[in-house]
Design a protein around this ligand. Structure first.
Ligand SMILES: *Cc1c(COP(=O)(O)O)cnc(C)c1O
Length: 223
């Protein structure tokens, strides 16, 4: 299977409104270019330094999505060009994104990452932390970030019922936040959920962005 064929096979399973983000972490530029030449433009990376090294070597119309845990001291590396940050999990982080975005006269779209999995190892906010963050921002707005939706990772398991339950949970969080904080804000619309093993379930439960790596580029040697 070639990267082109893999992309084609995945796109066949995706409704038109669902954005495919090709997760290119650990992959060399030559393979990213194969995806680019097959028409793919949105790519996902999870390390700030890896992304800031790759970005200048690849075509300028690539859309770079940051999907990994982001330390505040690394925001500066990606702020000049990043298209969306999917992994906002603290007030301190979003304040730093706002500060770095302002330096470049940009507004950076961000998603709030929620902890929906059973595994403790995964990052993300819970509902209460999100309320604290959003209440704070409602009186202290950040002009250089735009909160565009939510992101989550399901438990790594073959139990698709478990996975479905977690995606439904994220969907419910999205609906509650929409009602409570973003009712008339049309830009709050994204639910980033679904990876190689679970994207079909994620799409059934309302995903608007799937982040797929191994089904496109093949197995990685490390995470
Ligand atoms: C690596 C990664 C993905 C893609 O995982 P695959 O199983 O290879 O599709 C998606 N989302 C995040 C946050 C990741 O770190």
């Amino acid at each position: 299977m070639s990267i082109r064929n893999n992309l084609q096979a995945i796109r066949q399973h995706l409704p038109g409104h669902v954005k495919l983000i090709a997760v290119s972490k650990t992959m060399p530029n030559a393979l990213i270019m194969e995806a680019y030449e097959a028409g793919q433009r949105a790519f996902g990376e999870n390390k700030a330094q890896e992304l800031s090294a790759k970005q200048p070597q690849l075509p300028g119309d690539c859309e770079w999505h940051f999907i990994g845990h982001l330390q505040t001291n690394k925001v500066k590396y990606i702020a000049p060009f990043v298209h969306m940050i999917h992994s906002v999990d603290s007030l301190k982080l979003i304040q730093e994104i706002n500060k770095q975005a302002a330096k470049h006269n940009r507004v950076i779209p961000c998603l709030l990452q929620f902890h929906i999995a059973e595994e403790e190892t995964k990052f993300g906010l819970d509902r209460e932390e999100a309320d604290q963050l959003l209440n704070f921002l409602s009186t202290n707005p950040l002009p250089n970030v735009m909160i565009s939706g939510v992101m989550g990772m399901a438990t790594y398991t073959d139990d698709m019922q478990q996975v479905r339950k977690e995606f439904v949970h994220l969907r419910n969080i999205f609906d509650e936040l929409k009602r409570g904080y973003f009712a008339d804000m049309e830009w709050f619309k994204e639910i980033s959920m679904g990876m190689t093993n679970d994207y079909r379930v994620a799409v059934e439960e309302g995903s608007t962005m799937v982040r797929i790596g191994s089904a496109i580029f093949g197995e990685r040697n490390y995470q």
